[in-house]
Design a protein around this ligand. Structure first.
Ligand code: ASP
Length: 344
Protein backbone atom coordinates (compact mmCIF):
# COMPACT_ATOMS: atom_id res chain seq x y z
CA UNK A 1 0.00 0.00 0.00
CA UNK A 2 1.28 3.46 -0.93
CA UNK A 3 2.15 5.75 1.94
CA UNK A 4 -0.40 8.56 2.43
CA UNK A 5 0.77 11.82 0.86
CA UNK A 6 -0.15 14.87 2.87
CA UNK A 7 0.57 18.53 2.23
CA UNK A 8 0.85 20.80 5.27
CA UNK A 9 0.11 24.46 4.61
CA UNK A 10 1.51 26.47 7.50
CA UNK A 11 -0.07 29.92 7.66
CA UNK A 12 1.00 30.89 11.21
CA UNK A 13 -0.84 31.10 14.52
CA UNK A 14 0.16 30.21 18.06
CA UNK A 15 1.11 26.67 17.07
CA UNK A 16 4.28 27.98 15.43
CA UNK A 17 4.96 30.98 17.66
CA UNK A 18 7.81 31.59 20.04
CA UNK A 19 8.27 34.14 22.77
CA UNK A 20 10.09 37.32 21.84
CA UNK A 21 12.84 37.47 24.49
CA UNK A 22 12.57 41.26 24.79
CA UNK A 23 8.84 41.93 24.72
CA UNK A 24 7.78 38.48 26.05
CA UNK A 25 4.89 38.48 23.58
CA UNK A 26 4.30 35.60 21.17
CA UNK A 27 5.25 36.09 17.55
CA UNK A 28 5.21 33.78 14.51
CA UNK A 29 8.29 31.71 13.80
CA UNK A 30 9.23 29.59 10.84
CA UNK A 31 8.14 26.09 9.95
CA UNK A 32 11.43 24.30 10.50
CA UNK A 33 11.08 25.20 14.15
CA UNK A 34 7.60 23.68 14.14
CA UNK A 35 8.56 20.35 12.58
CA UNK A 36 11.75 20.07 14.65
CA UNK A 37 9.53 20.16 17.70
CA UNK A 38 7.45 17.18 16.58
CA UNK A 39 9.89 14.34 15.86
CA UNK A 40 6.97 11.90 16.32
CA UNK A 41 5.67 12.91 12.89
CA UNK A 42 8.27 10.62 11.34
CA UNK A 43 6.66 7.65 13.14
CA UNK A 44 3.51 8.13 11.05
CA UNK A 45 5.45 6.98 8.00
CA UNK A 46 3.61 9.37 5.68
CA UNK A 47 5.02 11.33 2.77
CA UNK A 48 4.68 14.88 4.07
CA UNK A 49 5.55 18.08 2.25
CA UNK A 50 4.94 21.59 3.40
CA UNK A 51 4.27 25.06 2.14
CA UNK A 52 4.79 28.01 4.40
CA UNK A 53 3.31 31.51 4.41
CA UNK A 54 6.09 34.02 4.36
CA UNK A 55 5.92 35.62 6.85
CA UNK A 56 3.63 33.39 8.95
CA UNK A 57 0.60 35.31 10.17
CA UNK A 58 -1.19 35.83 13.41
CA UNK A 59 -4.65 34.93 12.11
CA UNK A 60 -6.01 38.33 13.15
CA UNK A 61 -4.18 39.55 10.04
CA UNK A 62 -5.88 37.04 7.71
CA UNK A 63 -7.96 38.49 4.91
CA UNK A 64 -9.74 37.08 1.84
CA UNK A 65 -6.51 37.41 -0.18
CA UNK A 66 -4.89 34.92 2.19
CA UNK A 67 -7.87 32.55 1.84
CA UNK A 68 -7.24 32.65 -1.89
CA UNK A 69 -3.56 31.82 -1.30
CA UNK A 70 -4.53 28.79 0.80
CA UNK A 71 -7.18 27.67 -1.69
CA UNK A 72 -4.76 28.05 -4.62
CA UNK A 73 -2.10 25.99 -2.82
CA UNK A 74 -4.70 23.25 -2.41
CA UNK A 75 -5.85 23.49 -6.02
CA UNK A 76 -2.28 23.49 -7.43
CA UNK A 77 -1.43 20.36 -5.45
CA UNK A 78 -4.81 18.67 -5.47
CA UNK A 79 -3.96 15.75 -7.73
CA UNK A 80 -0.67 15.00 -5.97
CA UNK A 81 -1.84 14.62 -2.37
CA UNK A 82 -4.35 12.50 -0.47
CA UNK A 83 -5.12 15.23 2.00
CA UNK A 84 -4.27 18.71 3.24
CA UNK A 85 -3.55 20.01 6.73
CA UNK A 86 -3.77 23.77 7.20
CA UNK A 87 -2.04 25.14 10.30
CA UNK A 88 -3.75 28.35 11.28
CA UNK A 89 -4.25 30.68 14.22
CA UNK A 90 -7.38 30.01 16.19
CA UNK A 91 -8.70 33.58 16.25
CA UNK A 92 -10.10 33.63 12.71
CA UNK A 93 -9.91 29.90 11.98
CA UNK A 94 -13.70 29.53 11.75
CA UNK A 95 -13.85 32.32 9.13
CA UNK A 96 -11.11 30.69 7.04
CA UNK A 97 -12.76 27.28 7.37
CA UNK A 98 -16.13 28.70 6.27
CA UNK A 99 -14.62 30.66 3.38
CA UNK A 100 -12.60 27.69 2.10
CA UNK A 101 -15.64 25.44 2.23
CA UNK A 102 -17.37 27.74 -0.27
CA UNK A 103 -14.32 28.57 -2.39
CA UNK A 104 -13.23 24.95 -2.91
CA UNK A 105 -16.19 23.84 -5.02
CA UNK A 106 -16.59 20.06 -5.55
CA UNK A 107 -13.99 19.25 -2.89
CA UNK A 108 -13.73 15.53 -2.23
CA UNK A 109 -10.44 15.33 -0.34
CA UNK A 110 -9.82 16.25 3.31
CA UNK A 111 -8.82 19.80 4.21
CA UNK A 112 -8.17 19.65 7.94
CA UNK A 113 -7.51 22.94 9.70
CA UNK A 114 -5.85 22.94 13.08
CA UNK A 115 -3.72 25.07 15.37
CA UNK A 116 -3.17 25.25 19.09
CA UNK A 117 -3.69 27.30 22.21
CA UNK A 118 -0.07 26.86 23.38
CA UNK A 119 2.97 27.09 21.09
CA UNK A 120 4.33 23.76 19.94
CA UNK A 121 7.65 24.22 21.76
CA UNK A 122 5.98 24.57 25.17
CA UNK A 123 5.97 21.58 27.52
CA UNK A 124 2.17 21.48 27.90
CA UNK A 125 1.45 22.24 24.26
CA UNK A 126 -1.74 21.01 22.63
CA UNK A 127 -0.15 21.66 19.23
CA UNK A 128 1.71 18.38 18.91
CA UNK A 129 -1.37 16.23 19.45
CA UNK A 130 -3.52 18.44 17.21
CA UNK A 131 -1.00 18.30 14.38
CA UNK A 132 -0.55 14.53 14.57
CA UNK A 133 -4.29 13.84 14.78
CA UNK A 134 -4.96 16.24 11.89
CA UNK A 135 -2.42 14.35 9.78
CA UNK A 136 -4.03 11.02 10.66
CA UNK A 137 -7.48 12.33 9.76
CA UNK A 138 -6.19 13.74 6.48
CA UNK A 139 -4.82 10.27 5.67
CA UNK A 140 -7.86 8.26 6.81
CA UNK A 141 -9.76 6.27 4.20
CA UNK A 142 -12.85 4.07 4.23
CA UNK A 143 -12.95 0.37 3.25
CA UNK A 144 -13.04 1.26 -0.45
CA UNK A 145 -10.05 3.54 -0.09
CA UNK A 146 -12.03 6.80 -0.39
CA UNK A 147 -11.12 9.68 1.92
CA UNK A 148 -13.13 9.56 5.17
CA UNK A 149 -13.37 13.33 5.17
CA UNK A 150 -14.33 15.02 1.93
CA UNK A 151 -14.81 18.55 3.22
CA UNK A 152 -13.15 21.39 5.11
CA UNK A 153 -13.05 20.51 8.81
CA UNK A 154 -11.53 21.85 12.02
CA UNK A 155 -9.68 19.45 14.27
CA UNK A 156 -9.17 20.71 17.77
CA UNK A 157 -8.33 18.59 20.83
CA UNK A 158 -11.15 16.02 21.20
CA UNK A 159 -13.28 16.74 18.15
CA UNK A 160 -13.42 17.13 14.42
CA UNK A 161 -16.04 19.70 13.41
CA UNK A 162 -17.46 20.78 10.07
CA UNK A 163 -15.53 23.95 9.22
CA UNK A 164 -18.48 26.07 8.14
CA UNK A 165 -20.43 25.11 11.31
CA UNK A 166 -17.63 25.93 13.75
CA UNK A 167 -17.07 28.81 16.12
CA UNK A 168 -14.19 29.61 18.43
CA UNK A 169 -15.76 29.21 21.87
CA UNK A 170 -12.83 29.71 24.21
CA UNK A 171 -9.66 31.76 24.37
CA UNK A 172 -8.41 29.46 27.10
CA UNK A 173 -9.60 25.86 26.86
CA UNK A 174 -7.90 23.27 24.70
CA UNK A 175 -11.33 22.29 23.35
CA UNK A 176 -11.59 25.75 21.83
CA UNK A 177 -14.02 25.05 18.98
CA UNK A 178 -17.52 23.81 18.70
CA UNK A 179 -20.17 23.47 16.08
CA UNK A 180 -23.22 24.36 18.09
CA UNK A 181 -25.85 23.42 15.53
CA UNK A 182 -24.30 20.34 13.96
CA UNK A 183 -22.91 17.10 15.41
CA UNK A 184 -19.17 16.41 15.51
CA UNK A 185 -17.62 14.67 12.51
CA UNK A 186 -15.30 12.62 14.69
CA UNK A 187 -14.59 12.14 18.38
CA UNK A 188 -10.95 11.73 19.29
CA UNK A 189 -10.23 9.23 22.06
CA UNK A 190 -8.07 6.13 22.06
CA UNK A 191 -8.97 5.98 18.39
CA UNK A 192 -10.46 8.42 15.90
CA UNK A 193 -14.18 7.63 15.88
CA UNK A 194 -15.84 9.02 12.78
CA UNK A 195 -19.51 9.93 12.91
CA UNK A 196 -20.37 8.52 9.50
CA UNK A 197 -23.85 10.04 9.11
CA UNK A 198 -22.54 13.53 9.86
CA UNK A 199 -19.78 13.51 7.24
CA UNK A 200 -20.37 15.48 4.04
CA UNK A 201 -20.52 13.45 0.86
CA UNK A 202 -20.45 15.46 -2.39
CA UNK A 203 -23.30 14.36 -4.64
CA UNK A 204 -21.39 14.18 -7.91
CA UNK A 205 -17.70 13.57 -8.46
CA UNK A 206 -16.90 16.74 -10.39
CA UNK A 207 -13.42 18.26 -10.74
CA UNK A 208 -12.34 20.72 -8.07
CA UNK A 209 -13.19 24.29 -9.02
CA UNK A 210 -11.87 27.35 -7.29
CA UNK A 211 -13.91 30.48 -6.67
CA UNK A 212 -11.38 33.19 -5.90
CA UNK A 213 -13.54 36.30 -5.97
CA UNK A 214 -14.78 37.21 -2.50
CA UNK A 215 -16.74 40.47 -2.40
CA UNK A 216 -15.92 42.31 0.83
CA UNK A 217 -18.78 44.81 0.57
CA UNK A 218 -20.45 43.07 3.51
CA UNK A 219 -20.74 43.80 7.21
CA UNK A 220 -22.16 42.72 10.56
CA UNK A 221 -24.63 44.83 12.48
CA UNK A 222 -24.86 43.60 16.07
CA UNK A 223 -28.06 44.76 17.76
CA UNK A 224 -28.07 45.90 21.36
CA UNK A 225 -30.75 47.50 23.52
CA UNK A 226 -30.26 51.25 23.12
CA UNK A 227 -28.97 51.24 19.53
CA UNK A 228 -29.94 54.64 18.13
CA UNK A 229 -31.57 55.57 14.87
CA UNK A 230 -28.51 57.66 14.01
CA UNK A 231 -26.07 54.77 14.54
CA UNK A 232 -28.18 52.28 12.63
CA UNK A 233 -28.84 54.69 9.74
CA UNK A 234 -25.12 55.37 9.47
CA UNK A 235 -24.29 51.65 9.39
CA UNK A 236 -27.01 50.75 6.90
CA UNK A 237 -25.88 53.52 4.58
CA UNK A 238 -22.25 52.40 4.44
CA UNK A 239 -21.15 53.29 0.89
CA UNK A 240 -21.02 50.31 -1.47
CA UNK A 241 -22.54 47.86 1.00
CA UNK A 242 -24.25 44.86 -0.64
CA UNK A 243 -24.85 42.40 2.18
CA UNK A 244 -25.45 42.75 5.91
CA UNK A 245 -25.55 40.05 8.58
CA UNK A 246 -27.96 41.44 11.17
CA UNK A 247 -27.14 39.84 14.50
CA UNK A 248 -30.48 39.67 16.25
CA UNK A 249 -31.71 38.49 19.63
CA UNK A 250 -32.73 34.92 20.48
CA UNK A 251 -34.73 33.19 17.75
CA UNK A 252 -34.17 36.10 15.34
CA UNK A 253 -35.94 38.96 17.08
CA UNK A 254 -35.42 42.72 16.82
CA UNK A 255 -37.19 45.89 17.97
CA UNK A 256 -40.51 46.63 16.31
CA UNK A 257 -40.27 50.41 16.71
CA UNK A 258 -41.29 52.17 13.53
CA UNK A 259 -37.96 53.98 12.93
CA UNK A 260 -36.11 50.68 13.19
CA UNK A 261 -38.33 48.70 10.84
CA UNK A 262 -38.55 51.60 8.36
CA UNK A 263 -34.75 51.81 8.17
CA UNK A 264 -34.36 48.05 7.62
CA UNK A 265 -37.16 48.04 5.07
CA UNK A 266 -35.61 50.96 3.11
CA UNK A 267 -32.28 49.13 3.07
CA UNK A 268 -33.79 45.90 1.74
CA UNK A 269 -35.76 47.89 -0.86
CA UNK A 270 -32.47 49.44 -2.04
CA UNK A 271 -31.31 45.91 -2.95
CA UNK A 272 -29.03 45.30 0.04
CA UNK A 273 -29.32 41.68 1.22
CA UNK A 274 -29.98 41.67 4.98
CA UNK A 275 -29.56 38.25 6.60
CA UNK A 276 -30.98 37.51 10.04
CA UNK A 277 -28.54 35.52 12.22
CA UNK A 278 -28.99 35.01 15.95
CA UNK A 279 -26.56 36.36 18.53
CA UNK A 280 -27.04 33.02 20.33
CA UNK A 281 -24.44 30.44 19.37
CA UNK A 282 -26.91 27.59 19.72
CA UNK A 283 -30.25 27.32 17.94
CA UNK A 284 -31.18 29.62 15.11
CA UNK A 285 -33.59 32.04 13.59
CA UNK A 286 -37.26 31.10 13.63
CA UNK A 287 -38.58 34.36 12.36
CA UNK A 288 -42.22 33.32 12.38
CA UNK A 289 -42.13 32.42 16.08
CA UNK A 290 -42.48 35.90 17.58
CA UNK A 291 -44.07 39.01 16.21
CA UNK A 292 -40.69 40.74 16.68
CA UNK A 293 -39.09 38.35 14.19
CA UNK A 294 -42.01 38.26 11.80
CA UNK A 295 -41.88 42.02 11.41
CA UNK A 296 -38.26 41.73 10.25
CA UNK A 297 -39.17 39.08 7.68
CA UNK A 298 -41.95 41.33 6.38
CA UNK A 299 -39.41 44.17 6.08
CA UNK A 300 -37.43 42.07 3.58
CA UNK A 301 -34.88 40.43 5.89
CA UNK A 302 -33.82 36.90 4.89
CA UNK A 303 -33.63 34.22 7.55
CA UNK A 304 -30.15 32.78 8.05
CA UNK A 305 -31.71 29.86 10.00
CA UNK A 306 -28.87 28.20 11.93
CA UNK A 307 -25.91 29.67 10.01
CA UNK A 308 -22.96 30.69 12.16
CA UNK A 309 -21.95 34.34 11.87
CA UNK A 310 -18.70 33.21 10.24
CA UNK A 311 -20.51 31.14 7.62
CA UNK A 312 -23.10 33.86 6.98
CA UNK A 313 -20.58 36.64 6.28
CA UNK A 314 -18.28 34.47 4.13
CA UNK A 315 -21.27 33.04 2.23
CA UNK A 316 -22.35 36.59 1.36
CA UNK A 317 -18.78 37.37 0.18
CA UNK A 318 -18.79 34.22 -1.93
CA UNK A 319 -22.24 34.70 -3.48
CA UNK A 320 -21.64 38.36 -4.32
CA UNK A 321 -18.14 37.41 -5.50
CA UNK A 322 -19.73 35.16 -8.10
CA UNK A 323 -21.54 38.21 -9.45
CA UNK A 324 -25.02 36.99 -8.47
CA UNK A 325 -27.95 39.39 -8.36
CA UNK A 326 -29.65 40.43 -5.12
CA UNK A 327 -32.50 37.99 -5.80
CA UNK A 328 -30.12 35.09 -6.48
CA UNK A 329 -28.07 35.84 -3.35
CA UNK A 330 -31.28 35.87 -1.28
CA UNK A 331 -32.25 32.52 -2.75
CA UNK A 332 -28.90 30.82 -2.11
CA UNK A 333 -28.55 32.11 1.46
CA UNK A 334 -31.12 29.59 2.70
CA UNK A 335 -29.95 26.72 0.47
CA UNK A 336 -27.20 24.41 1.71
CA UNK A 337 -24.18 24.65 -0.59
CA UNK A 338 -21.80 22.48 1.40
CA UNK A 339 -23.62 21.59 4.61
CA UNK A 340 -23.41 25.01 6.25
CA UNK A 341 -27.13 25.36 6.99
CA UNK A 342 -29.89 23.01 8.10
CA UNK A 343 -32.51 23.07 5.41
CA UNK A 344 -35.92 23.01 7.01
N1 ASP B 1 -3.60 35.14 17.88
C1 ASP B 1 -3.40 33.77 17.48
C2 ASP B 1 -3.87 33.59 16.06
O1 ASP B 1 -5.04 33.49 15.83
C3 ASP B 1 -4.13 32.86 18.40
C4 ASP B 1 -3.97 31.40 18.11
O2 ASP B 1 -3.32 30.96 17.20
O3 ASP B 1 -4.55 30.63 18.86
O4 ASP B 1 -3.06 33.57 15.17
Amino acid sequence: MARPKILIIYTGGTIGMIENPETKSLQPFDFTHLIDNVPKIKMLNYDIDNIQFNPPLDSSNMNPGHWVDIAKSIQDNYADYDGFVVLHGTDTMAYTASALSFMLENLHKPVIITGSQLPIGEVRTDGEENLITALQIAAATDKEGHPMVQEVAILFEDYLWRGNRSTKMSADHFNAFKSNNYPYLAKIGLGIHFHDEALWRPKAHRPLKLQTEMDTNVMFIHLFPGITEQTLRHQLNTPGIKGIVLKTYGAGNAPTEKWFIDLIHETAERGVVVVNVSQCVNGGVQDKRYMTGNVLANAGVISGHDLTSEAAITKLMYLFGMGLSTEQVKKYISISICGEITVL
